[in-house]
Design a binder for this molecule. Structure first.
Ligand SMILES: [Zn+2]
Length: 96
């Protein structure tokens, strides 16, 4: 059994593509930009934002359960419950 699913590498490649595009264009990367990356659906159903596939079992499917964005300089964390494209809830947490 593989420890890492092949589709994880596809999502990793996609997030690198998004990061590289922003860095090469010298865009300022904000929390809202990262939220858009997490909500990306390119290569669906193996997209960064994963949804349950039709006709699949809830026990064998991989879905996005939550996303976390941490700003270590400002000691803030955003937890988004559910898929990043339509989070059920967003919780902001400060830490020190
Ligand atoms: Zn989505």
């Amino acid at each position: 059994m593989d420890l890492i699913s092949a589709n994880s590498f596809r999502r990793k490649d996609r997030i690198e593509e998004l990061i590289d595009a922003n860095v090469s264009q010298k865009k300022h990367i904000t929390r809202d930009v990262i939220k858009k990356w997490f909500a990306d659906h390119k290569h669906y159903p193996e997209s960064i934002c994963r949804h349950r596939e039709n006709e699949s079992s809830a026990y064998t499917n991989t879905v996005t359960a939550f996303s976390v964005i941490m700003n270590l300089e400002e000691c803030q964390m955003l937890l988004m419950e559910g898929q990043a494209c339509s989070p059920v809830e967003e919780i902001e947490v400060g830490f020190s």
